[in-house]
Design a protein around this ligand. Sequence first.
Ligand code: CMP
Length: 147
Amino acid sequence: MAVERTLSIIKPDATAKPGATGEILARFEQAGLKILAMKRIQLSETLAQGFYAVHKERPFYGELVKFMTSGPVVVSVLEGENAILAHRDLLGPTNSSEAPAGTIRGDFGTDIERNATHGSDAPETAKVEISYFFNASEILAPVEALT
Ligand code: CMP
């Protein structure tokens, strides 16, 4: 098992739900993922377009950008053993309408677009996505708890 870092985005549909941001972050921490960096921001159209550039030829791209700029998002860097897969397991399937209860997308999302969260899908994309939102100086290594 390897210690990995991944990028998480809590999307506008979830940040709009009272209590959801805190509960989602608590689920990450309860699963052993450490939050090394975090910010709540409003994405500009340009920032959202750039982040999802890989999807720019897809029919849903325009709507996706519109949705992602419709309200604040919470972006964070998570670290842990197999963090990329561990995080995606917590999120559940991309389509919230198919995501089981108990998964974050099942509990907080609505459909394939309004799916509450994003998680990096591989080490290379995680690296690119983390540096899209955070400078190295904003990412703080975990500190052991004081006893
Ligand atoms: P995310 O994990 O953020 O990565 C790309 C996003 O595109 C995905 O979650 C969905 O929100 C969105 N998406 C993927 N497929 C579709 C689709 N068929 N229709 C609308 N949105 C989609």
